[in-house]
Design a protein around this ligand. Structure first.
Ligand SMILES: [Zn+2]
Length: 381
């Protein structure tokens, strides 16, 4: 999946829509091949007509892809799942959702909405060719779009994760076995098989001399293979961290510094102790948090005449966790906020919140590594 969303082109239903840089390549290639196809099939049209219809058809193709992703998104939003973004890139579109669906039926409906939307568009464009049979240009445009939307729907229905068909497949296995992890493993494996199949099919085409079609298939297969492996890896993480909470991995020592010391002095403290994060106190009262990352954001020559208090993360901006927060969710929060550590706050019996420890990304990764090394020794596996 593209990691950087790219150029924001607008917002639909509150969802930001992005164009990834790789989209430009595919837009150019599709427009070019359409213009060539129209030149061959309609020699009486002018070159301007070939290119205009080519560009309009190409744009409508991407509108179709967007429509497909919006269909997934509307159903996700119906289940109160936030849609973070929709990105158009070289292999089509991807709608990123804020969390995985919590029920198999939800996943099924979200996944099936996309192909249904593409079949709907097939109907619309096919209808256009019937309603306006005398218009050659509209006919050429609509016929191609009808064809491509059917292709889009059928390709996406292939039962290999992370394609829609793979999600539908996972939802069915999940619903019938009530085991999300196992369902993902099975769908992930079928995704890998499908990907290898597409790669082999592409290689076969290439060997028969159809280079561009063959290489394109190999490329798509390779992309799907990566995506399938990634989703299986995510489930492995989920499984490793299952049942653990912040309290299990937090360190109980919470180093603190006084707010009035200079950044120079703070840097010396970090170097001396190797601790990378401190709470900042002012006369015993918590006022903020300081860490190496924040220190490095200040130019070195200003360290001597700036206090920790002037550079720290103020108290109200600190992200907290509680001892019983599940580790998986905590890790996701750490990653999405791009912070390395969070203080653990416990609301004690008498109401006054108290800092009881510190959780770092490293401590979570260490647990994951240890658990995967011990594997079968860990309880409950
Ligand atoms: Zn889809």
């Amino acid at each position: 999946m593209p990691t950087r969303p790219g150029l924001k082109i607008g917002r639909i239903l509150g969802i930001p829509i992005y164009l990834h840089a790789s989209w430009v390549i595919i837009f150019f290639l599709i427009t070019l091949s359409l213009a060539m196809q129209f030149t061959q099939e309609h020699p009486r049209w002018s070159a301007t007509q070939h290119w205009t219809i080519g560009i309009v058809t190409s744009l409508l193709f991407f509108a179709s892809v967007l429509f497909h992703e919006l269909a997934h998104s509307v159903v996700a939003q119906h289940y109160k799942i936030q849609v973070v973004s929709i990105t158009l890139f070289i292999f089509g579109g991807v709608a990123r959702i804020g969390r995985e669906p919590s029920k198999a039926i939800q996943e099924f409906n979200i996944a099936v909405a996309g192909p249904l939307a593409s079949f709907f568009l097939y109907g619309v464009f096919y209808g256009l060719t019937r309603i306006f049979p005398y218009s050659e240009m509209l006919g050429a445009l609509a016929a191609w779009l009808a064809f491509i939307n059917v292709r889009l729907a059928s390709f996406n229905l292939i039962p290999g994760f992370p394609l829609d068909g793979g999600r539908i497949f996972r939802a069915i296995v999940w619903g019938s076995t009530k085991n999300y992890v196992r369902a993902t493993r099975i769908a992930g494996t079928s995704g890998k098989l499908v990907a290898y199949g597409i790669i082999l099919y592409g290689a076969w085409h290439a060997m028969r001399g159809e280079w561009s079609a063959g290489l394109w298939l190999v490329f798509i297969g390779w992309f799907l293979l990566n995506a399938a492996q990634e989703s299986v890896a995510q489930v492995a993480i989920r499984e490793t961290l299952a049942g653990l909470s912040a309290a299990d991995v937090m360190s109980h020592e919470v180093p603190a510094v006084e707010g009035h010391i200079t950044l120079e002095e703070y840097g010396a403290e970090v170097l001396r102790t190797g601790r990378r994060c401190h709470l900042v106190l002012n006369g015993g009262r918590l006022v903020g948090m300081m860490n190496v990352h924040t220190l490095n954001a200040v130019p070195r020559n200003e360290w001597a005449h700036n206090s920790v208090q002037s550079a720290m993360i103020p108290r109200e901006k600190i992200l907290w966790t509680s001892p019983d927060e599940p580790l998986l969710r905590l890790l996701e929060r750490l990653l999405s906020a791009d912070v390395n550590q969070m203080p653990v706050v416990s609301g004690s019996g008498d109401g006054a919140p108290q800092i009881v420890g510190m959780v770092t990304r490293d401590s979570i990764l260490r647990v994951m590594q240890t658990r995967s090394e011990l594997g079968s020794l860990a309880p409950g596996r």
